[in-house]
Write a new protein. Structure first.
Length: 272
């Protein structure tokens, strides 16, 4: 499944969100501040190792030029069952080290496939008093977003490529799964993530990337005006949608509207 054409970011109405909106920037946050205690802190399960894989592991290390004669004899004489446990133990240590390094240095920008979820508006949209940004995913960095997987089980990782220094795309995907896997309890978020190798950094997107702003049902009129004035001054093609509570279902409904600044409306005779 490819990246959806539109991705959404729920925002509270505050100084930081307004500053980023004016700067046309997104911010890569530290995963340490996420509200899910398992998020980016999971311990991967080491996948079972087959006998033929252990033989490949032996051949790999026995073929190294810098292995000592004693280590060669020791490795060659190890029973497969013992070597299996050693491999899994060392792989687990390597994976945990990689995870801890990522969490301490890397940043994440979280997005969603949906813009009308009640819990998302409550948790991330300022309790319906905020707004939601609509981005076109063909532009950077949104075109690098990865889909979050929801599961009741920890991801499994094949340990051999890690210990045998086999760098490839499949191995990278195994590691990325550590930071893009969450409990099924969070499935309603329908989340996508953009990962960055440096935490606390901003990325300035092109104006065309922002295509719409959805206002929560409880947002104050003056807040709508502030946001509209910011956007009208730098990207007139952005569409505005006013949110309201549905009277027939538990959801937020949106209706597009045109914003006219006070001075313009006065000149046009739209105000009495």
């Amino acid at each position: 499944m490819g990246i959806p054409q539109k991705l959404y970011k729920y925002e509270s109405f505050n100084e930081l969100s307004l500053r980023n909106l004016k700067r046309q920037a997104i911010y890569f946050s530290s995963p340490r501040g996420f509200n899910d205690p398992y998020d980016c802190a999971i311990t991967a399960e080491i996948d079972d190792i087959k006998v033929e894989q252990i033989d490949s592991f032996k051949k790999y290390f026995l073929g190294k030029k810098n292995i000592s004669a004693q280590d060669r004899i020791t490795l060659d004489s190890y029973p497969s069952i013992d070597l299996n446990e050693i491999i899994k133990r060392n792989a687990s240590a390597a994976i945990n080290s990689f995870r801890d390094d990522f969490v301490s240095k890397s940043g994440i920008y979280c997005l969603s496939e949906t813009n009308d979820d009640l819990l998302m508006w409550s948790h991330y949209g300022g309790k319906y008093k905020g707004f939601c940004l609509e981005f076109e995913s063909q532009y950077e960095p949104f075109n690098k977003a990865r889909k979050v997987k929801y599961s009741n089980f920890m991801p499994k990782i094949n340990p051999l490529p890690i210990l045998m220094d086999q760098k490839d795309e499949k191995l990278d995907d195994q590691f990325i799964d550590l930071f893009c896997t969450k409990s099924e309890s969070w499935g309603y978020e329908k989340e996508w993530r953009v990962l960055h190798n440096e935490v606390g950094t901003s990325f300035h997107y092109v104006p065309e990337a922002l295509t719409g702003i959805y206002f929560g049902p409880e947002i104050a009129p003056e807040c709508i005006e502030i946001i509209a004035l910011i956007i009208m001054g730098q990207n007139e093609s952005v569409k505005f949608f006013r949110g309201k509570r549905s009277t027939s279902a538990f959801k937020v409904e949106f209706e597009e509207f045109n914003y006219t600044p006070y001075n313009v409306a006065k000149k046009l005779g739209l105000l009495k």
